[in-house]
Write a protein that binds this ligand. Sequence first.
Ligand SMILES: [Zn+2]
Length: 69
Amino acid sequence: MTSEEQPVSYEFSCAAAGAVTCGCEVKAESEEELRKVLTDHLAKKHKVRTPNETLLDHLVASAKRSEPA
Ligand SMILES: [Zn+2]
């Protein structure tokens, strides 16, 4: 298997993920960055200090993936 070289950007919104009261939107250039940004956001805005992998997986899955043409 070859690793993906194509840049993928992610657009995440808390509302789309179920946190309708937040209204925060986050953009990231990679899944790794998105996870970092979300971890930081969860800690600051949602008082989730250590989000577990399951939660992060769920949030990443709910983010909008866009691959530049
Ligand atoms: Zn939020």
